[in-house]
Design a binder for this molecule. Structure first.
Ligand SMILES: [Zn+2]
Length: 283
């Protein structure tokens, strides 16, 4: 789907493994057509086929991809990075704090086990360029991409702002109401959403787990993401006060139930988020 003159959005379907079987999901990958082509995230393993199909349909070829920015190291963002790098020879860029898990996916699988990890991730890839908050990447054709550090979902999560097209690539920084709440630090996550919310004149909100949103809707999505985080935190507090010392998975199921979400989506990553909410209460 072409979003603006220079941006294409690709919806990549995949499935995640749960005790109840596989459930369908999707993740967005974005392409910015500048002097070369800049890819934002790579999708899961084998997504390169969808990316290269898109290039062909628009009269371009894999070698035109000059830069792959990984917004963070989670499997649905880096899964095809190794294959993309091999086929295109592009530079790979990410925030410093995400580097270890991108360059060593076995380490990531040990430290943050996701069910079906190796069906989602094709392999490790070297990060050629580390990014920091405020960096501006010149994409040619008058396009510049500004790096905004938006931690919370993960330590080194970044968002990217393309002012010439008033497009904000928010990756997983803004939680989607009713979807799996995944964060490492709830206070940082809230601060990051507020920081993005403060950007003036966003015309396109381009997230990984949501369809592209335009105009006022972009701001409404950020507001509701923030409210969702606050509601989760409050629910965690109530469940904790009602029954102390539950094991993390049982605690996770109770919070989900209180939130009106299906308990079947309980998994160790969601449990980790709620434990992070509990830990933040001491701050
Ligand atoms: Zn993520």
């Amino acid at each position: 789907m072409q979003v603006t003159d220079h941006i294409h959005a690709l919806k990549v379907p995949f499935s995640v493994t749960t005790p109840q079987g596989k459930i369908p999901r999707f993740v967005y990958v974005y392409l910015i057509y500048g002097e070369g082509i800049c890819l934002i995230d790579s999708g899961v393993a084998s997504s390169e086929k969808i990316i290269f199909d898109c290039l062909e349909k628009t009269g371009r070829k894999p070698e035109d991809v000059s830069l792959l920015i990984l917004t963070h190291s989670h499997p649905d963002h880096i899964g095809a990075a190794q294959a993309v790098k091999r086929a295109t020879g592009c530079e790979v860029a990410a925030y410093t704090a995400e580097r270890a898990w991108i360059e060593d996916v076995e380490l990531q699988a040990r430290e943050r086990p996701v069910p079906g990890f190796f069906s989602l991730v094709g392999g490790s890839v070297k990060v050629d360029r580390t990014l920091k908050d405020g960096d501006v990447l010149n994409l040619g054709k008058g396009l510049s991409l500004k790096v905004i550090h938006t931690p919370g979902h993960s330590k080194g999560s970044i968002s990217l702002w393309l002012p010439e097209e008033r497009a904000l690539f928010s990756a997983d920084a803004v939680p989607i109401v009713g979807d799996l709440p995944i964060y490492e630090d709830v206070l940082e996550s809230a601060r990051s959403i507020k920081r993005l919310r403060a950007l003036d004149g966003i015309e396109f909100l381009l997230a990984s787990w949501d369809d592209p949103r335009r105009g006022e809707m972009a701001y409404r999505i950020m507001d509701s993401g923030l409210e969702y985080l606050q509601r989760i935190n409050e629910t965690v507090r109530i469940v904790d006060e009602g029954s102390r010392d539950l094991d993390p998975m049982e605690f996770c199921r109770r919070v989900l139930k209180e939130l009106g979400l299906p308990e079947t989506i309980a998994n160790p990553l969601v449990a980790r988020s709620f434990q992070a909410s509990l830990a933040s209460r001491g701050n």
